[in-house]
Design a protein around this ligand. Sequence first.
Ligand code: PGA
Length: 262
Amino acid sequence: MRKNIIAGNWKMNYGPVKAVEYFEELIAILKNENDVIASVKEGKTSIELYVPSISLQASINAVKNLEYPVKIGAENINAELSGAYTGEISATMLKEISVNDTIIGHSERRHIYNESNADLNKKVHTAINEGLNVVYCVGELLEDRTSEKTIDVVKEQIIEGLKDIKDEEMDNICIAYEPVWAIGTGKTASSKDAQEVCCEIRKIIADIYSEEVSEKLHVLYGGSVKPNNTKELLSQNDIDGLLIGGASLKPDVYAEILKNSL
Ligand code: PGA
């Protein structure tokens, strides 16, 4: 049985001071949500927050004494482990502060910072070699969708981005399908469209790897997820979680999504 991964992505929001306030508020809200806590403790729901590098340590400290796990992850890594890469953060540095999870290939990295599938493939290998779990993001532009190229684009992002990743390494990777036109726009893909692509992603993984690997794979949907579309999206067969930008920034809204995910 695949669990539900409810992952928030803060993007470039909240330094360490705000991060601590956020977790204080979230933890206070979750104190009254026994069903959410029980589901997390049973391993059916995974609470994950991907936060700016500068806020990682403060966030880890804020959740470390809880009786249930809250994963704190990074939003990006460099493909190299050290060297002359001014301003960058490496997987080794993350490991040093016990961060075990990272997003790779978010559409903002692909489209604002021009990271190619080949660049992202290097990052995925680096992350896996260093023992990090990866949320690998894929998704089409509006023009790809209108010209019916969605599946081709997503397939290429998977084939090239996960090139030479071995079967057993897939245990540490989940794929987030985020149609670029649905990110931060208020336009959610319909649950049917989201399911269709997530199902294709599972088939692509079955073709490259095996049925077994594809059955174990967690496929997330992201793009204008809100409390009111959570249930419908998660009720789809091939959607095993959500990657949430804007709506994860308010602890009460994120908590509402957690509640609606049960
Ligand atoms: P959004 O962002 O929920 O604000 O659309 C999703 C994402 O970029 O991961």
